[in-house]
Design a protein around this ligand. Structure first.
Ligand code: NAP
Length: 279
């Protein structure tokens, strides 16, 4: 069965729109973009479309590719202090002369809607209320929508990035799953993937996960994106794995739509976290 991220996106964004319309304040999503990367343009447009639909104000700050790190930091500082700005995202990747970790940590953690700052990452590890990275959060939402049991299941994650793999480990641990994480130095990847009740691949290599690597009736979540001749491919050999998996996400239309949806929810949560005196 297909895990339909596109359908869930539509449902969840309508709910978010409704919730947002009840607030006294108009929330503002601020996107800071450096340079003219084509993929970044696409992602920023997706965020704007979501913001327009939900009813957020969209503040797009576009900076030149050769902007200094200090100038970028000063812009972030200004947005941190601006009461009208609810959530801030700096579009990655940044040019090589800018330290991405420094930039992520410069964002006030209450406004860090990407959930990538050290503070928000630490809060996730400690299972405290926090802003969580959107793709991992979207995956969990998708599983919950289809009533897929997570507790006591063996979740195998392929890929250990700060953006996807590592937050996933903690999210699933917090849901009482048993978690294994694999990466490029893992030997005999199949020995691990074949034992997964829930298998998540976040690598970016077409056909990395083949039918023989998947347990019968496993839930298969494909995060990977490879662009070839204007077509998108995931990490999973979808056509052959489809009949073996109990549930599977397509690419496109699976995890991708959930990422921008959860960004919208993080804007609302950023507002609520700031308003919550006991947080
Ligand atoms: P990343 O930072 O490049 O991380 C890739 C991970 O894959 C690394 O941990 C790497 O291991 C591991 N890896 C590489 N080759 C491997 C192999 N042969 N076997 C096992 N592991 C291997 O990428 P990312 O930011 O996490 O993104 C991963 C993929 O998901 C990309 O295709 C990206 O475009 C996609 N993505 C999609 C969404 C969405 O919304 N759909 C969101 C985010 C990312 P090492 O750590 O050892 O190098």
């Amino acid at each position: 069965m297909i895990l339909d991220g596109k359908k869930l996106k539509e449902k969840k964004l309508n709910i978010l729109k409704e919730e947002t319309s009840k607030l006294d304040k108009k929330l503002t999503l601020c996107v800071i973009q450096v340079g003219e990367d084509t993929a970044s343009e696409i992602y920023v447009n997706q965020k704007k479309k979501m913001a327009d639909f939900v009813g957020f104000a969209f503040k797009h700050i576009k900076l030149k590719n050769d902007v200094s790190e200090d100038y970028l930091l000063s812009i972030i500082d200004k947005e941190n202090k601006d009461d009208k700005t609810t959530g801030i995202i700096v579009q990655m990747p940044l040019p090589s002369h800018i330290n991405e970790t420094k930039i992520q940590n410069a964002i006030d953690y209450h406004k860090d809607i990407d959930g990538l700052s050290d503070i928000n990452t630490g809060r996730l590890v400690h299972n405290r209320k926090t802003l969580i990275s959107c793709t991992p959060k979207g995956i969990l939402e998708l599983l919950k929508e289809y009533n897929i049991k997570i507790e006591s299941k063996h979740v195998v994650i392929v890929g250990r990035s700060n953006l996807v793999g590592k937050p996933l480990v903690n999210l699933f641990l917090n849901e009482n799953a048993t978690v294994t994480i694999c990466h490029s130095k893992t030997k005999n990847l199949k020995d691990y993937t074949i034992t997964a009740d829930i298998l998540i691949s976040a690598v970016g290599k077409k056909n990395l996960i083949t039918k023989d690597m998947v347990k019968q009736n496993a839930v298969v979540i494909d995060v990977g994106i490879t662009r070839e001749n204007n077509k998108l491919y995931g990490d999973v050999d979808f056509d052959n794995v489809f009949n073996k998996a109990s549930y599977i996400t397509p690419v496109p239309g699976g995890v991708g739509p959930m990422t921008v949806t959860e960004l919208g929810y993080n804007v609302l949560e950023a507002y609520q976290l700031r308003s919550d005196a006991n947080e």
